[in-house]
Design a protein around this ligand. Structure first.
Ligand code: AMP
Length: 216
């Protein structure tokens, strides 16, 4: 049983953070906080923040630290986070990690574990460029590794499937570069705090079993 665990999912884009968040959420009462999903909703709703973020996201660049940290701070203060949460795609810089620590201290919460999905670049690029998701429920598929039963249609809700614009090969490469430059230092940051749980397996069932065992 995984409950009341405050988790960070760390790893390159396409390393499996979203996929394993969804698998855990199907089984355990955790709250999923994905800064990428929050930003995509802002873009869809045409807000000022969405407009500002869209230009950066299209190029594979990061949205400023204070903006994403503010979004996360607000979300973490909500009561449903008492059940535990998964931070997916945040923090992405050491500065964001420091801002997160401050925010958590203010509300009397702390991180229990940082799961690091360690996946090779070649597999990452293969996964990203073949990734498709449901426009209605957000379920993630992959044209090569996890195709939907019916082409272009979500197995879960029947919604239409689309490729994220930032999953093109060019932007995926840039996101990977941004990851190495900004996010990789967080591996040492959390390792020094004794919080890191590295996952080197890539086979879905094995990863899930390990997560359930280590996070229980
Ligand atoms: P993701 O869905 O996590 O792959 O995020 C998609 C895009 O949203 C990233 O490439 C960034 O442009 C932006 N983004 C998401 N999370 C963050 C974050 N923690 N810091 C800065 N930018 C972010």
């Amino acid at each position: 049983m995984i409950s009341k665990k405050n988790l960070i999912f760390l790893g390159a884009p396409g390393a499996g953070k979203g996929t394993f968040s969804a698998m855990l959420l199907d089984k355990y009462p955790l709250v999923h906080i994905s800064t990428g999903d929050i930003l995509r909703t802002e873009i869809k709703n045409g807000t000022d923040l969405g407009k500002q973020a869209a230009a950066l996201m299209e190029k594979g660049n990061l949205v400023p630290d204070d903006i994403v940290a503010g979004m996360v701070r607000d979300r973490l203060a909500k009561q449903d986070c008492d059940n535990g949460f998964i931070l997916d795609g945040f923090p992405r810089t050491v500065n964001q990690a420091d801002l997160l620590e401050e925010a958590l201290q203010d509300i009397g919460r702390a991180i229990d574990r940082v799961v690091f999905f360690d996946v090779e670049d070649e597999l990452i690029l293969k996964r990203l460029t073949a990734r498709i998701s449901c426009k209605d429920c957000g379920e993630i598929f992959n044209k090569i590794f996890h195709p939907p039963q019916e082409e272009g249609k979500c197995d879960k809700c029947g919604g239409g499937l689309f490729q994220r614009p930032d999953d093109s090969l060019e932007t995926a490469r840039e996101r990977l570069r941004v990851y190495y430059e900004n996010t990789q230092p967080l591996i040492d940051y959390y390792s020094e705090k004794g919080l890191l749980l590295p996952i080197t397996e890539t086979q879905k069932e094995l990863v899930f079993r390990k997560l359930e065992k280590e996070l229980a």
